[in-house]
Design a protein around this ligand. Sequence first.
Ligand code: FAD
Length: 339
Amino acid sequence: MVLKVAVIGAGIIGVSTALRVLESNPGKVDVRIFSGRQSPFNTSDVAAGFWEPIYMSNTAPELQSRWGVETYKFLEKYVNHDVGRNAGIFYLSGYQLFPEQEVKSPPWKDLIPDFRLLTREELDRYPGSKSGFFFTSLIAQGSKLIPWLTERFLALGGKSTVRTIKNLNELAFEYDIVINCSGLEARHLTRDDKLFPIRGHVLRVKAPWLKHFILRDTNPPSYAIPNEDWVIVGGTTHRDNWSTIPTDTDRRSILEGISKLVPALAKAPVLGEYVGLRPGRDEVRLESEHVQYGTKKFQVIHNYGHGGGGLSVFWGCAGDVNNLVQDTIKQRGTLHSKM
Ligand SMILES: Cc1cc2nc3c(=O)[nH]c(=O)nc-3n(C[C@H](O)[C@H](O)[C@H](O)COP(=O)(O)OP(=O)(O)OC[C@H]3O[C@@H](n4cnc5c(N)ncnc54)[C@H](O)[C@@H]3O)c2cc1C
């Protein structure tokens, strides 16, 4: 028996989940993505795509690390390889700076090549920084990675439809499992009041001479993160602000912040300006529930609320969703063999 699976969402979480479920269960699942928006119009396309699995509020740090490490390993399979050439994946080294004297090293530090604490001389280059790390991270640029993952999904026989789902029950009779990867919009779709926007305003500037990331963890944060065709300069983290319109005040504050770290960036030509709403939640929601609709009972697996870290943990989260799908495949198999 082939399980019919609907995935809601075509951001990084939806597309990676759909692909992982489809490729892990050949001949056992039929997967279709439903999405209101597609790349390049998702929050995932606005992100810098910087791998650092720590920006998911109170989600257990061990969980963020486990998902993050799995995602790092997935990305590493394709970095520098022909097959991932157009996927927007590349290594990027640089400096993470803190205004505090002592900051605990992250649990994944041994996975990262050349992770070390910054020396006094290095910190002095960035006024106001009291501690910091140097390490080599990976960039997973959403605007390139999502189309690449989608192509792989379609090549395996996956299907995709542009359609906004107003109520999960719409899919109850046609699908056995609905996987909810609707990001911030899950607030309306599942009436989840715990979700809130964390508004991020960024500039894309032309500065091909910048070859490192520089990220200062202040409030607001200041960062410059090279992507393939531009450098992302940010940022803002406004909680509960739903506006996606860039403002002069934020632009000024972003440029002022970065000019203290890399003065030349404040004069770099601006190629574009974007605002994305991070799907903030006290913790990522990744769990399964059974929903009764009339005579039909169907399974819903939620995978949303990844805050400022969706591009750092997507493959690990997709793995956990896939485990839940495989439990259902096994249960159905047992049920049928008993009949
Ligand atoms: C400025 C900024 C910088 C960031 N930088 C980083 C970074 O460097 N590293 C990092 O890891 N993360 C970063 N993030 C966070 C990251 O972008 C998010 O965690 C991630 O994009 C969330 O992905 P998603 O797929 O859940 O959501 P989205 O990308 O918003 O996708 C949601 C999808 O669901 C669909 N959908 C919603 N409701 C429905 C419905 N009812 N019916 C059909 N479809 C529906 C939408 O159309 C869309 O396709 C950043 C975010 C911002 C804003």
